[in-house]
Design a protein around this ligand. Structure first.
Ligand code: 5AD
Ligand code: SF4
Length: 439
């Protein structure tokens, strides 16, 4: 179809939102839309929102406000709010910002074209939670051109950590079928991808339909995907410590395409706080999971998520978080101040002051940053395999990732994009490695 309309998607939040935005673009292409990089010449603007932390809702209202001149100039402009803020706020968005035409949650975007058409008559709000319908209706063909592509295999969460909105905005745990994921991975590879990153809020709890009515684990799925020729690398995020299995550890050891990188949030090192968070594991149980996976794959890179200043957290609790960090040696980490999420149990607990949160976050981040730098500088003089993804900032430079998911820059010809090359590391900055090709 010849494109006649332009769509601008602004993405907020996690990798799953990025995946959703890509799939929206692919399905809109079938209705004659082409992507544009600015709202200024767009016929359709989609804000794909995230609700996980901070003043997400207010941020979105000011984003919408910024589109006022665009709407004034082009009254036919359709403004849509998608994602988790849309799911949480619903009709309230249109009540507060009547220039919004369309509000839809993460499980409804496969009906986008119909919703756009209907919004020409009256504003539309679609917050349906039918998770299995979305994936069977979306176009099977992927036209993603990324060397490293996201692939959602599991959505939603039944864990109900007391700080987290995901179980409310993304719904209950749902796993896609093995066949559907396999076909999508093959499609991505045909379009040029060489790595897939399997996505799920609780990805290692994956239990999708395999052969007949059997339920397959994430490890089984990974082994199956590793059959696909030209699919060189497989990764998965985000895992929960209680769902790490022996089978996955074995896959880390024995499946050459499964990369040695595990993102395993702990959130806090204090058992008292972990209990209040409803994490259902202790700090030592987390450490045992790490010890176990390292016994199968000694070089595995571990990354984590942390929340500081969770309600009632005291200095001793915080010190226990620092102790865990010292014990694990994280390669990369994501750390946040606790943020009250409306409707979650922790929002009603005794809050910690912003000043204390900020002090603790600075302390934790400085330690995590040291560990990240150490992991990078440790590689200098060593050699490993890099999958080049795209051109770098400087002429003649490419950017890619090594097995441990570290960013690598090297001077290399463009033809090497999509190839795996051996690189010797010569220098490390705070976030990435510099290296030269070994020929
Ligand atoms: N406040 C701060 N951080 C949060 N996260 C999730 N909910 C909150 C919250 N209310 C963090 C957790 C999670 C990551 C995706 O976001 O660390 O693992
Ligand atoms: Fe949220 Fe993860 Fe806890 Fe699920 S396991 S409730 S997604 S933090």
């Amino acid at each position: 179809m010849v494109p006649t309309q332009k769509v601008f998607i602004k993405n907020f939040g996690c990798q799953m939102n990025e995946y959703d935005s890509e799939r929206m673009l692919e399905s809109l292409a079938l209705s004659g839309y082409i992507e544009t990089s600015t709202a200024d010449n767009a016929d359709l603007v989609i804000l794909n929102t995230c609700h996980i932390r901070e003043r997400a809702t207010e941020k979105i209202y000011s984003e919408i406000g910024r589109l006022k001149p665009n709407k004034a100039e082009n009254p036919n402009l359709t403004i849509a709010v998608a994602g988790c803020v849309a799911q949480a706020e619903g009709e309230e968005i249109i009540r507060r910002q009547p220039m919004v035409d369309l509000v839809f949650g993460p499980q409804a975007y496969h009906r986008l074209s119909d919703m756009i058409a209907a919004s020409r008559q009256s504003p539309q709000v679609e917050l349906d939670f039918n998770q299995d319908e979305k994936f069977s209706v979306l176009p099977a063909q992927r036209n993603n051109k990324r060397v490293s592509a996201y692939l959602t295999v599991q959505e939603g969460c039944d864990k109900f950590c007391t700080f987290c909105v995901v179980p409310y905005t993304r719904g209950k745990e749902f796993s896609r079928s093995v066949q559907e994921i396999y076909d999508e991975a093959k499609n991505l590879v045909q379009a040029g991808s060489r790595e897939v990153i399997l996505l799920g809020q609780n990805v290692n709890a994956y239990h999708g339909q395999g052969n007949g009515n059997s339920s397959w684990s994430l490890a089984n799925l990974i082994w199956k995907l590793s059959d696909i020729p030209q699919l060189e690398r497989i990764r998965f995020v985000t895992s929960h410590p209680n769902d790490m299995s022996e089978e996955l550890n074995v896959a880390f050891r024995d499946c050459p395409k499964l990369m040695p990188y595990l993102h395993l949030p702990i959130q806090s090192g204090s058992d008292r706080i972990l209990k209040l968070m409803n994490r259902k594991h202790t700090a030592n149980e987390y450490l045992d999971v790490i010890k176990n996976v390292r016994s199968y794959r000694p070089d595995i890179a571990i990354s984590g998520d942390f929340i500081v200043g969770f309600p009632s957290e005291n200095e001793e609790d915080f010190q226990q978080t620092m102790d865990v960090v010292h014990k694990v040696q994280f390669v990369k980490s994501f750390s946040f101040k606790y943020s009250q999420r409306p409707g979650t149990p922790a929002a009603n607990m005794k809050q910690v002051s912003k000043e204390i949160q900020e002090k603790r976050l600075a302390k934790l981040q400085s330690l995590l940053f040291e560990q990240q730098k150490l992991a990078l500088s440790d590689s200098i003089g060593k050699v490993s395999k890099v999958l080049f993804e795209k051109k770098g900032r400087y002429p003649g430079q490419l950017v890619g990732k090594n097995e441990h998911f570290q960013v690598v820059h090297a001077m290399a010809k463009d033809e090497l994009i999509g190839d795996i090359s051996t690189v010797c590391y010569t220098a490390a900055s705070s976030n990435s490695l510099e290296g030269s090709l070994v020929v």
